[in-house]
Design a protein around this ligand. Structure first.
Ligand SMILES: Nc1ncnc2c1ncn2[C@@H]1O[C@H](COP(=O)(O)OP(=O)(O)OP(=O)(O)O)[C@@H](O)[C@H]1O
Ligand SMILES: [Mg+2]
Length: 305
C-alpha cells in the first residue's frame, strides 16, 4: 500500500497521476457528491480563519452531517495541529487518496500530511498551487459530503483564486476582527468575491471581546461593532460575533478542540449560533431524504418523530 511517508516530499503531489482530461471529469464527479462548499477566508492573517474552519467543520459534523475539511493554506497549514492529527494518508484500491478520518463524520486533508518533514517549507508558485488544489478534489476520495469546509491563507492570492476557479458553487465565509485595520482588508476580500463571482454566505466577527474569567465583564480588545457596521455597509450578512476565549488558544495549541458538552466556553456558545446560521441559510435538511436525516441527526438510535 502506498502512503505519503514513502514519498520524497510534497512536490510529488503536484505531478498528475492521470491525464488532465480524466482528472477533470473526476473533479466534476467528486463535486457532484458535495452539497455545500464553504471557503473560510479573510483579508488579514491571524484573525481566526483556521479556528472558524475547524469549529465549523466540527459543529456541522456534530449535527450529523458528513463533512470534509480541506486545508489549502499551503505555506502555513494549521488544521492538523489544531485538530491534533498527524500521520499519513493511504490510497484506496484505485489509487485515490483517502482523507484522514477525524471521526465518523469528519474527514480532513492537509498538505502537512503529505510532507516528509512536518517543518519543511512548501515553496511553490501559483501554477503548482493551482494543480495541488485541483488534485485535492480530483485525486482524493471524499465520497458523499454534506459540507466541504476549506481553510485558506490570508488575502486574495493564488489559493482562494484557485478554489474559486476549481470548486464550482463554493461560497465564502469571511472572517474579520473588529478593528478598522482588519475591516479595511475585509472590504477587499468582499470585492474579490464579487469580482470572481463567488457568493458570500456572510461575515464572522472574531475576537469581538474578552469575557474576563475572573469578574465576567467584557473587555473590548479590538474596539466593537466593526463587523456589524461593515456587514451593513457592504450588504453582506453578519453570521456571528465570536468572543475572545483564552481556552481557544490553549486548546488550539494542544491540538484538542473544545467540546460543547465538556467546556463551558463563551466562544463555543457563540459558535453554536454560527452553526445555526449556516445550517439555516443553506437548509441542507430539506435536500436530504427524511430517513437519512433522522439517522444522521440522532445517530440512528431513536425513532424518528
Ligand atoms: N475567538 C478566539 N479566542 C481566542 N483565541 C482565538 C480565537 N480565535 C482564534 N484564536 C487564536 O488566535 C490564533 C490565530 O488563529 P487562527 O490560526 O485560527 O487564525 P488564522 O486567521 O487562520 O491565521 P493565519 O492567517 O495565520 O492562517 C490561534 O492561536 C488561535 O487559537
Ligand atoms: Mg490559518
Amino acid at each position: 500500500m502506498r502512503t505519503c511517508q514513502s514519498r520524497q516530499d510534497a512536490q510529488d503531489v503536484a505531478k498528475p497521476y492521470q491525464p488532465e482530461g480524466e482528472n477533470e471529469s473526476r473533479l466534476e464527479e467528486q463535486l457532484r457528491h458535495i452539497r455545500h462548499k464553504l471557503l473560510v477566508m479573510s483579508g488579514k492573517g491571524g484573525v481566526g480563519k483556521t479556528s472558524v474552519a475547524v469549529y465549523l467543520a466540527l459543529g456541522l459534523a456534530g449535527r450529523g452531517y458528513q463533512v470534509g475539511l480541506l486545508d489549502v493554506d499551503l505555506h502555513g497549514p494549521d488544521v492538523p495541529r489544531m485538530l491534533g492529527i498527524s500521520g499519513r494518508f493511504e490510497m484506496d484500491a484505485e489509487g485515490y487518496l483517502i482523507p484522514h478520518r477525524y471521526n465518523e463524520r469528519l474527514q480532513v486533508v492537509s498538505i502537512e500530511c503529505l510532507l516528509h518533514d512536518r517543518d519543511a517549507a512548501v515553496i511553490w508558485r501559483g501554477p503548482l498551487k493551482h494543480k495541488y488544489i485541483q488534485q485535492s478534489m480530483s485525486q482524493v476520495n471524499w465520497g458523499e459530503l454534506d459540507f466541504l469546509v476549506i481553510d485558506s491563507p490570508p488575502g486574495t492570492g493564488d489559493e482562494p483564486l484557485s478554489v474559486a476557479h476549481t470548486i464550482s458553487g463554493v461560497q465564502a465565509v469571511i472572517v474579520t476582527t473588529p478593528q478598522e485595520i482588519s475591516l479595511a482588508d475585509v472590504r477587499k476580500t468582499i470585492d474579490f468575491c464579487r469580482k470572481v463571482g463567488m457568493p458570500i454566505l456572510g461575515l464572522v466577527e472574531n475576537m469581538s471581546g474578552l469575557i474576563c474569567p475572573h469578574c465576567g465583564k467584557e473587555i473590548r480588545l479590538f474596539s466593537q461593532g466593526g463587523g456589524q457596521k461593515t456587514a451593513a455597509l457592504m450588504k453582506v450578512p453578519l453570521l456571528a460575533s465570536l468572543p475572545f476565549d483564552l481556552r481557544v488558544v490553549e486548546s488550539g495549541d494542544a491540538g484538542k478542540p473544545l467540546l460543547a458538552a465538556a467546556d463551558k466556553s463563551p466562544f463555543l456558545k457563540a459558535f453554536t449560533g454560527l452553526v445555526d446560521e449556516v445550517e439555516q441559510r443553506l437548509k441542507p435538511h430539506q435536500e436530504r431524504p427524511a430517513e437519512d436525516l433522522c439517522k444522521s441527526v440522532i445517530g440512528g438510535s431513536h425513532e424518528c418523530v
